[in-house]
Ligand binder design. Sequence first.
Ligand SMILES: [Zn+2]
Length: 355
Amino acid sequence: MKGYGAIKINQPGWIEKERPTAGPLDAIIRPTALAPCSSDIHVIHGGFGEITDRIVGHEAVGEVVEVGNLVKNFQPGDKVVIPCTTPDWEAVSLQDRNINNAHDFGLMKSFKFLSQKDGVFAEFFHVNNADANLVHMPENVSVEDALMTVDMMSTGFYGVENAEVSFGDTVVIFGIGPVGLMAVAGTALRGAGKIIAIGTRPNCVELAKEFGATDIVSYKDGDVVEQILAMGGKVDKVILAGGNCSTMNQALALVKPNGIISNMNFLDVKDKFDIPAALWALGMGDITIRSGFCPGGARRIERLLEIIKAGRCHPGKLLNKKYTGFSEIENAYKIMEEKPRDLIKPYVVIDWDKE
Ligand SMILES: [Zn+2]
């Protein structure tokens, strides 16, 4: 079968592979819609280490083509939503309520696509623990909305959960790319007061406002920390969905004592924090810094789909560039890498009867 990924580091392209097979608890899926993500680009450029001959992609909805003999809830032909994070639900770490970073396997070991096995930009891909990870595609949810639950909505909302956003909080969100935009939407759903989003791209600014941002701050108008402090002083919560290690210093300059900073940025292995003690309130400010990545599993995605079914949020609005056909994965990947100013997020729809 064919797939698109890292032939070598810094060399994306089409790769020929054996079709994967299902173990007793697993499923094999054929993607019907998929979306590239910055993590795919990160892998191809060596951000996860020496990963070569690896099909990328981790955001998809699709159709089941094969299941293992112990799978109970799915059968070939079922339309499914596939979380980008697929924990081994029998892992001992889950008994310690550590879903993502299974201590029996290591950091981020629930994120299997890309880092441990081929991803979803393929004619077929493998999903472990099918009954606990797959979700039946609801009839009254659009492909676009469903596709954006698997990573963008789950990740952005997790940033909000980690920030413990409460009624009336003033919240700053650094970055209004797809994850930051979902953090804006989640912050609004959690009942924040003022929601200050930082970004400049016009399409993203417009969607941030639609998702609930009350104020937009631009780097182009000067120092963002000074601008926000001038608007009403320090804030309750800060969510980092853009930037690098130095953005943490800006967050610390903005957060009140007793506040929470929630980091969603995937930092580079070469990055380093350099935080003056005064910024961290001399270690006396009861300031919490939390971090994490996209929670997965079926129940997580089902809960996000409930929000969509109730009409409270439409994450599919992130998808503003559509491609049709399996071979268009290449163009969708390329535009994601080029990031033209009007792009929020591209996606590819595949009708296998027409391929
Ligand atoms: Zn992603």
